[in-house]
Design a protein. Structure first.
Lengths: 267, 269
């Protein structure tokens, strides 16, 4: 079973790697945005040097981690789950349900393969460009590197579960673009891509740090920056794992509900 | 010439109406996306407000002044996205052969490409920008000249973004996968001009004045309307030059488009 998932993931990795021009174009855009936002944050932290408990180096590093993670966690939606909503609309999902592999596992493996490609192809270059143009920070302990390495796949799983839920609304609505747009609007804001969650004012900060979207960028970034160490690091990973488990559970329930409906409709 | 424009506008209107009717076949999706479009812009602005909750200024500008910049560039981008934004899918139209079929229809190609899959829901973002700009305008001490400069800013800003969308989309005539490059200039340009240019190094500001003149979308007119001295010491007449820049940019974009179309030889097969 593991071998099967692994080969599904490998195929997905290769599928995305067939468009080098698109990857280069995307990298260019990531870097342009990285530079723009870096200057804005430098101006902000110049006014208030300890905003959100970050110094200006942390803030700029956060920007480049964000640009590097953008595609890996699919902030704008898409990935394997975009195929799913199309297949639900066309009815091809019936084929997926016949496979000797659970549907969620099939798509999760594909999405992890995709994420691995995006982490390498869209993550490494912006980090290097950011390090060349600005003063940025790298993890300063083995614990931080290990924590970050664990945190990224968990971020992908939370993002996958949210996108899977969005795609499965197509079972009822046929067209999932409406829910997808709502989901991406919330994701961009609450994952910390608009501004870091650490600078949210007062109690809203405590709240947004506990929501599932905090798993996308804020927790991995805080581990990278050394803002989360020891028990705080473990707590961050636990929060990510907890949300991944809860949301995947909901995916499973929704899918069970939906497949009943497919059977009732007779295909 | 004038007749050509009338044909284009009429053709665009007909195609847009057809796509709008098609979108209304899924009313739930239409409204969800329209509301989201509004919310995206709103949350974007909430982000700027969050940056301000402990500061009174960013780059020497207050929140209401930044709202003026934000509303102006937001309007330009949203209007361009509504009217010509579909051109970013040029590569896809080439790949699927859709562009070839457009060559056969009695309407200018550019009109057809821009009107294809016209999405009325994008109006939500225009509306959101107007709300922010409207609120920002209540903080301005108005004179008749400032009203004129503001109106010319809004129109010129839109035309400049029209030109940026069209010009950079043409890259896809050469490499059909590279549509994301254009985003750096359209959405990237929008993000950049949301903030006072004082946060960027002066080389960037020179680039935005001379190379890709996005500073004329809002920065120069805003300096005049908000009575701010130019922090980079550039000549004052630049603050009134937006319409001229818009006209030049549009001509360049159309020239690039024509070159692209002439270069285009279809995917063959």
């Amino acid at each position: 079973m593991t071998a099967l998932y692994l080969s599904v993931a490998t195929r997905a990795f290769r599928r995305y790697s067939t468009y080098p021009a698109a990857t280069l174009a995307g990298l260019f855009t990531n870097c342009v945005f990285g530079v723009i936002i870096s200057y804005v944050y430098l101006a902000l932290w110049d006014q208030q040097p300890d905003a959100g408990g970050y110094d200006s180096v942390d803030a700029v590093t956060y920007v480049w981690i964000g640009q590097a993670m953008l595609m890996t966690v699919m902030v704008w939606g898409g990935g394997a789950t975009a195929d799913l909503s199309d297949r639900i609309r066309t009815g091809d999902v019936a084929l997926d349900l016949y496979r000797p592999v659970p549907l969620i596992g099939w798509y999760a493996a594909q999405d992890l393969g995709r994420a691995a490609y995006h982490l390498l192809a869209r993550g490494v270059a912006p980090t290097i460009v950011g390090a060349l143009l600005f003063d940025i920070r790298f993890p300063d302990s083995v614990g931080a590197w290990v924590g970050f390495a664990l945190s990224v796949p968990l971020a992908v799983m939370v993002s996958f579960a949210v996108r899977f839920l969005v795609a499965s609304t197509a079972f009822w609505l046929l067209d999932a673009t409406g829910p997808a747009t709502i989901a991406f609007t919330l994701t961009v804001f609450f994952s910390g891509f608009t501004v870091p969650l650490v600078i949210f004012p007062g109690w809203t900060r405590e709240l947004v740090m506990l929501l599932p979207w905090a798993a996308y960028l804020q927790i991995p970034a805080d581990i990278w920056l050394g803002q989360r160490q020891g028990w705080a690091l473990v707590g961050g990973l636990a929060l990510q794992a907890g949300w991944a488990a809860v949301l995947l559970g909901v995916c499973w329930l929704v899918l069970r509900q939906a497949t009943r409906k497919v059977v009732v409709q007779g295909g | 010439m004038a007749e050509g424009v009338v044909t284009s506008v009429r053709g665009y209107r007909d195609i847009a109406r057809m796509w709008t009717r098609a979108a209304m076949a899924y009313p739930a999706s239409f409204w969800m996306m329209a509301v989201s479009g509004f919310a995206i812009g709103l949350l974007d602005f909430v982000g700027i407000w969050i940056m301000f909750h402990t500061n009174d200024s960013l780059g020497g500008w207050s929140l209401s002044e930044i709202a003026f910049l934000y509303g102006a560039t937001g309007f330009g981008l949203a209007a361009a996205d509504l009217v010509v934004g579909r051109i970013e899918r040029l590569g896809q139209m080439i790949r699927t052969g859709r562009l070839d079929s457009m060559f056969l229809k009695p309407l200018p190609l550019l009109t057809q490409v821009c009107a294809d899959e016209f999405a009325l829901r994008r109006f939500a973002r225009v509306f959101q920008a107007v709300v922010v700009l409207g609120i920002a305008c209540t903080f301005v001490s108005w004179t008749p000249a400032k009203v004129l400069v503001t109106l010319s800013m809004v129109v010129s800003g839109s035309v400049i973004f029209f030109a940026v969308f069209i010009g950079f989309a043409c890259i896809q005539f050469w490499t059909i996968d590279a549509n994301e490059v254009a985003n750096a200039f359209t959405y990237g340009g929008n993000t950049m001009t949301q903030y006072p240019l004082t946060v960027f190094p002066s080389e960037v500001v020179k680039g935005l004045t001379v190379l890709i003149p996005l500073a004329f979308v809002n920065w120069y007119p805003a300096l005049y309307v908000l009575d701010k001295p130019d922090p980079f010491g550039f000549p004052e007449w630049l603050q009134f030059a937006s319409p001229v820049v818009a006209a030049i940019m549009m001509s360049v974009a159309l020239l690039v488009w024509r070159t692209g179309v002439r270069h285009y030889t279809s995917t063959g097969s």
